[in-house]
Design a protein around this ligand. Structure first.
Ligand SMILES: *[C@@H]1O[C@H](CO)[C@@H](O)[C@H](O)[C@H]1NC(C)=O
Ligand SMILES: *[C@@H]1O[C@H](CO)[C@@H](O)[C@H](O)[C@H]1NC(C)=O
Length: 327
């Protein structure tokens, strides 16, 4: 068995050396065979027509992130979309939480995947919240439950807010649930499903090509845990493998990956935004959205000059942002 597998590998290697065209040819065939279709251009256009500024986890400097209070706050401040993070409990209930664990934001500890949903009924998602020093007129809540995905969806529908689902768990169960929610609540014109994990986008599009999707990225995501790329996720050889994966990932994002997945948007970390990148994506009918933009000058550049939608921790800056210069 092992010997014959080795034989196949050696044969493949020899073929590659003899006919170097095999690899790109095989890749092209696989690409064409397995490629997903993007959503219809009209639905992409419709969605982005009135998506300008989204509240990143709501309005997380004035109310605890990813809570109903934070979503209310983002709406009051003029956001036209709410972004939130979707995770799964042990018993497969989709809830709203950013981290893999409960430690940073709540008064419980440990991975969310170790809790049954019924054990989260009295969790306080406001437990660790410190409001912005120069706080606005609003009083932050001190007790906030963890919303379920369905509660957020119902709220957004009622309040006429668009939704950006940031999917943190690549479990097929979650993809299935999202697809069902889109059907049940008719979310196709109001929601976009985004993830760092290409498999999530791929699975969603396979289930339903009409669900809008976005591939999320930042440059050193697989190798580093932090935005500044200072804290490695792994040590030793695993770190260098992750770095190699990151290089491949960024190359993929700028060339074949979004098209292959059928992504309608690339949700791009703010420091990677340029006119060139936006134009390249637009050439393929794909949109670019920037995360997470908190500086007023940068917000103005992206909204007025580049005319792209943004996610911000500070929806309260919206009233100070100018209108796009070109239509
Ligand atoms: C906080 O809210 C939870 C449910 O959302 C409730 O069970 C609990 O009693 C509340 N605690 C306080 C101190 O208000
Ligand atoms: C978390 O906080 C809520 C609300 O204050 C409280 O009802 C609950 O008992 C707390 N849970 C733990 C484990 O401290």
């Amino acid at each position: 068995m092992v010997a014959s597998q080795d034989g196949i590998l050696v044969g493949l290697a020899m073929a590659l050396i003899k006919w170097p065209v095999v690899l790109p040819l095989a890749a092209s065939v696989l690409y064409i065979l397995f490629k997903n279709a993007p959503a219809a251009p009209e639905s992409v256009q419709n969605f982005f027509k009135d998506f300008n500024v989204g509240g990143h986890r709501g309005s997380p400097l004035r109310q605890p992130e990813n809570t109903m209070a934070s979503m209310d706050q983002a709406k009051a401040e003029g956001a036209d979309l709410i972004e939130f993070d979707v995770a799964l409990t042990k018993d497969g209930v989709a809830v709203i939480l950013h981290d893999d664990t409960l430690d940073r934001t709540t008064n419980l500890t440990g991975p969310i995947r170790q809790y049954l949903h019924k054990d989260l009924t009295s969790v306080n998602c406001a437990a660790k919240f410190t409001p912005l020093a120069i706080n606005g007129p609003s009083t932050p809540v001190t007790n906030a439950s963890m919303p379920t995905l369905e509660e957020i969806v119902i709220w957004a529908k009622k309040n006429n807010m668009k939704m950006l689902f940031d999917v943190k768990d690549s479990d097929a169960i979650l993809v299935d649930q999202l697809n069902k929610l889109f059907d049940q609540y008719k979310l196709h014109a109001d929601g976009i499903v985004c993830s760092f994990f290409p498999i999530v986008i791929y699975r969603i599009k396979k289930l339903c090509p009409q669900i809008l999707t976005g591939l999320t990225w930042r440059r050193w995501f697989y190798s580093h845990t932090d935005l500044e790329s200072r804290i490695p996720r792994f040590s030793g050889p695993a770190h260098y493998l992750a770095v190699a994966l990151d290089v491949l990932n960024v190359w993929g994002i700028k060339s074949w990956l979004p098209g292959f997945l059928g992504a309608d948007m690339v949700l791009t970390e703010r420091s990677e935004i340029s006119q060139v990148f936006i134009d390249q994506q637009r050439a393929y009918d794909r949109r670019v959205c920037a995360w997470t933009v908190n500086d007023l000058n940068e917000l103005n550049w992206m909204r007025q000059t580049l005319n792209i939608p943004v996610l911000t921790d500070k929806p309260f800056l919206i009233e100070q942002i100018g209108k796009p210069i070109k239509a």
